[in-house]
Design a protein around this ligand. Structure first.
Ligand code: NI
Length: 181
């Protein structure tokens, strides 16, 4: 068990496409999953992708318990998704505030597809297949992007909506409070 250092924006591992996991049932993969869970819990993140701890493999995890600091955020069951795939079910984009453990202290308003279907494998190698929308769909798209070497500022259209959370909180037009992932 170990809390790992999270790589910061600009690190080359965060900019490369991660490789598929060939065999889930190995000690190596199980150890990565434990470290990812420990790291995400320690930093109070809503999600984490393996490249963020320096491992360029297609593994993401996410989950949100009900949090009194963010009462409007829907809980998401803790999920490990290995070799994920995403299908867009609704071409409409929705804007929403995001933060990333690799870009600490900052927030950006990011357009994401409002409804997606995602598939992949669980820790035990079982097939996962879910159709989701809202914040759940947002978090999965954010994590999936990490596997493609993309960070959320690269998805933004209006860079005046990118800044430090402390400063953005002074704006009266938006509630920028959100969880890092
Ligand atoms: Ni992130």
């Amino acid at each position: 068990m170990a809390v790992r250092e999270v790589l910061l924006m600009g690190h080359p591992v965060l900019q490369q496409r991660a490789l598929p996991v060939e065999d889930i049932d190995t000690l190596h993969i199980q150890e990565i999953l434990v470290d990812m869970r420990d790291t995400m819990a320690e930093l109070d993140g809503a999600g984490l992708a393996a490249p963020q701890i320096g491992i360029s493999l297609r593994i993401i995890m996410f989950g949100i318990a009900h949090n009194p600091r963010y009462p409007e955020v829907e809980p998401i069951a803790e999920t490990v998704l290995i070799n994920p795939e995403i299908d867009v079910l609704d071409d409409r984009m929705e804007e929403g505030w995001e933060g990333c453990l690799s870009i600490p202290g900052m927030r950006g308003n990011v357009p994401r597809h409002s409804k997606i279907r995602y598939r992949g494998y669980s820790v035990n190698g079982e097939r996962i297949d879910r159709t989701v929308d809202g914040f759940h769909a947002r978090v999965v798209q954010h994590e999936y992007d990490h596997l493609e070497g993309i960070l959320y500022p690269q998805r933004m259209i209006d860079m005046s909506d990118f800044g430090f959370e402390q400063a953005l909180l002074k704006r009266s037009d938006e509630n920028v409070a959100t969880l890092d992932s």
